[in-house]
Unconditional design. Structure first.
Length: 169
């Protein structure tokens, strides 16, 4: 059976992972879970999660040439925590729509993991009036992460941009 997570369900799953592991640091989570990270030239692929059945070991392969490797690791952790019981190769061959949904869920998981609501709230005094791109640079995350997070936290983004609007109003 395939579990389809809502955005809220993914947020709760991330909060549970952070609480269980005591961190949102992707490298520490991988260490605790005994997931090895291998950096290679993967060509067009950003990363992939591999399971070795013989040893019951998980590996995350990431493209060594990426700027935001932390996001890719978090994305693969999303597959690990949300989809590891799925035969993704079978899913990919059966349904392009389902594959896209699983990829979207892993990206939402990654966004919630590397840029938590708590981080945004604590940084609020410093990022008042920042554009989405400036917020992304402040946290060293891809800009689509801040796009997603700010769309999920309407009141938060209103607080950030109210200063920006009043400065130009």
């Amino acid at each position: 059976m395939i579990t389809i997570y809502t955005s809220k369900g993914i947020k709760h799953k991330v909060q549970s992972v952070i609480k269980t592991h005591g961190t949102n640091n992707v490298y520490e989570i991988c260490d605790i879970q005994k997931i090895y990270i291998l950096k290679n030239d993967l060509g067009q692929a950003n990363g992939l999660l591999q399971h070795d059945k013989a040893t019951d070991q998980y590996l995350i392969h990431i493209n060594e040439n990426l700027q935001h490797q932390q996001f890719v690791i978090a994305h693969e952790l999303g597959h690990y925590f949300l989809h590891k019981r799925l035969n993704t190769f079978k899913v990919v061959n059966c349904s392009k729509v389902l594959k896209e949904k699983l990829e979207h869920q892993a990206s939402l998981f990654a966004s919630e993991l590397i840029l938590t609501d708590k981080m945004l709230n604590e940084a609020l005094p410093y990022i008042q009036g920042f554009s989405k791109e400036q917020i992304a640079a402040y946290f060293n995350v891809p800009s689509f992460v801040t796009d997603y997070k700010l769309s999920q936290i309407g009141s938060f983004s209103n607080r950030i941009y109210s200063h920006e609007i009043s400065a130009f109003g």
